[in-house]
Design a binder for this molecule. Structure first.
Ligand code: FAD
Length: 246
């Protein structure tokens, strides 16, 4: 493969400012996913160009404030939609679990977007429930006919989601207990069954050790590293510990 055939990653910077928003709606989307719709005049000028962008949520912690990364799942007339995984022991998840319409939430960002393009013929999207908002957004935003294979690990069939898409989508849901989300094996087994046609771009996000193991295996199978993007969306046992570029 020549250099000209590499995927292109365009970096876009945005003006960052804090926006104070109102929770317009909360919904238990699936047993482990809380959907928040945020609204308010402060959303004016909000822009998110990349499906794996992130914003900061400022949530209460020990009488102060903590910042955590979340994906702008959708932005439109109804407001800004954010999907929060319900896991134990984190201030962001704790806040989302008890949020009700009318609550106030401050967000920041996205500071920038990485827009992935170029000569990609097949997208491979692999992730756990924290990656599901980005994966869902990519699937829904993809132009008609885009070839996408997705592998998503969730605790049960009830945690699966349905996407409206014109993409040529093949999705494989992997079920494993939420307490096992730091283990690579369940997703690895599903990944082994996926073929890697030429010009496959693999996007991976999960617990950092899991994401690294999945990416390393794809590279071992012959996928050039430049045709992969892997991120640790969280790190087992460590608060606020994303590894955005593995
Ligand atoms: C670019 C990016 C986009 C992201 N988008 C989303 C998103 O749209 N939705 C979403 O839910 N998450 C998303 N995440 C992951 C989210 O930022 C982390 O899960 C974050 O740690 C949650 O904060 P917390 O306050 O709930 O827990 P923390 O205080 O950060 O962590 C407390 C404890 O919980 C553990 N932990 C953290 N997350 C999980 C989890 N999911 N499952 C099990 N244990 C966990 C930690 O290891 C730690 O031991 C994203 C991360 C990145 C980097």
């Amino acid at each position: 493969m020549t250099m000209t055939e590499l995927p292109r990653i365009d970096r876009i910077r945005h003006d960052t400012r804090r926006r104070t928003l109102t929770v317009a709606r909360t919904e238990r989307l699936t047993p482990h996913m809380i959907r928040l719709t945020l609204a308010g005049p402060d959303l004016e000028g909000f822009h998110s160009a990349g499906f794996d962008d992130h914003i900061k949520l400022f949530v209460p912690k020990d009488g102060g404030e903590a910042m955590r990364d979340y994906t702008p799942r959708r932005f439109g007339p109804e407001g800004l939609v954010v999907d929060v995984v319900d896991h134990p022991g984190g201030p962001a998840a704790d806040w989302a679990r008890t949020a009700v319409a009318g609550d106030t939430l401050t967000i920041g960002g996205p500071r920038g977007s990485k827009v992935i393009g170029g000569p990609i013929d097949h997208w491979l999207l692999v992730g756990d429930e924290t990656a599901l908002p980005a994966i869902g957004r990519r699937i829904e935003e993809a132009p008609a006919g885009t070839a996408i294979t997705a592998i998503v690990a969730v605790p049960s069939a009830a945690d699966e989601q349905v996407f409206e898409t014109k993409a040529a989508l093949s999705i494989r849901w992997v079920h494993r207990d939420a307490a096992e989300s730091h283990r690579a094996e369940p997703m690895m087994a599903a990944l082994e069954a996926v073929t890697l046609p030429p010009r496959t771009f693999a996007w991976i996000a999960a617990e950092a050790g899991v994401a690294r193991a999945l990416r390393d295996r794809l590279v071992e199978r012959g996928l050039p590293r430049e045709w992969t993007a892997a991120a640790g969306y969280w790190l087992r046992g460590v608060a606020d510990s994303a590894v955005k570029d593995l």
